[in-house]
Design a protein. Structure first.
Length: 261
């Protein structure tokens, strides 16, 4: 080691992860000081990449994990999370469930439209979100990078995109979940059940009662549903989502994460 030269580690970050780095460090290879004690996970997060977004890591081409302590001069590569990403399921759990932070309300409604078990509260703070995600084994979806860095969180994911359409595509591309459209209440996440028109007509406006004959009702909150003026748009969302998930699941090969645009 040269006297007066501070030891360093080179960390190459996949292009899909550069969005998490500060603009001044948004380059493929960053050199970070070697202190002899920091783990690989700590160094990666010090660059700005939340660990839930970091995929396979290598040191000098050999597999490593976040608890590994690199040595001076090591060359580290951090890949993006492969897609589709599997989610650990509890015994008896057929499909992953999700919890969204307060800023993703529109995405939550679209996920429920597709039949995804999606919890959402517009008044829940970060600690409470982590508690619920852990207790119910829900994937926490957020655009808050600090929230993803909470050590207590069992599983989280950053949602890319500023528009609900883009956010939904990112979610479906990342997890390729099984879809069951029209089975959940978009208001509360409860289960929808078919209901005879005469059972709900007292809650309907005259125009709705005359125009529609097929209805569903939430078994939890009692919200009544029918194919309304926005039906075509909702059908389009379901069709596009079904096609996307089919293409991702049918690929058979994990794919790197997509970049935020």
């Amino acid at each position: 080691m040269l006297i007066g030269v501070e030891p360093e580690i080179s960390i190459r970050v996949a292009g899909e992860l550069l969005m998490f780095l500060p603009a001044a460090r948004r380059v493929a290879v960053n050199r970070v000081p070697f202190d002899g004690t920091s783990t690989l996970g700590h160094l990666v997060e010090s660059l700005g990449v939340p660990l839930p977004e970091a995929g396979p890591m290598t040191i000098g081409g050999a597999a490593a994990d976040p608890s590994t302590r690199p040595e001076a001069g090591d060359e580290v590569h951090v890949a993006a999370v492969p897609r589709p990403q599997p989610v650990p399921l509890e015994p008896g759990q057929a499909a992953p469930s999700f919890l969204l932070d307060v800023h993703l309300g529109t995405l939550a409604r679209r996920m429920r439209l597709l039949g995804l078990d999606t919890a959402y509260h517009n008044d829940m703070d970060d600690p409470a979100l982590v508690v619920q995600a852990n207790a119910e084994r829900r994937v926490l979806l957020t655009q808050d990078r600090g929230l993803l860095r909470r050590r207590a969180l069992w599983f989280g994911a950053y949602v890319r995109g500023s528009r609900a359409d883009d956010q939904l595509r990112d979610l479906l591309d990342r997890f390729a979940p099984v879809l069951r459209p029209w089975t959940r209440c978009t208001a509360c996440n409860g289960t929808l059940v078919p209901v005879d028109k005469h059972e709900v007509e007292g809650a309907l406006r005259d125009g709705t009662r005359r125009t529609y004959d097929i209805y569903g009702r939430c078994a939890d909150c009692g919200q009544v549903y029918w194919r309304g003026a926005h039906g075509d748009r909702l059908e389009e969302i379901v069709r596009e989502s079904t096609r996307l998930v089919a293409s991702v699941r049918g690929d058979g090969h994990p794919r790197a994460a997509v970049s935020e645009t």
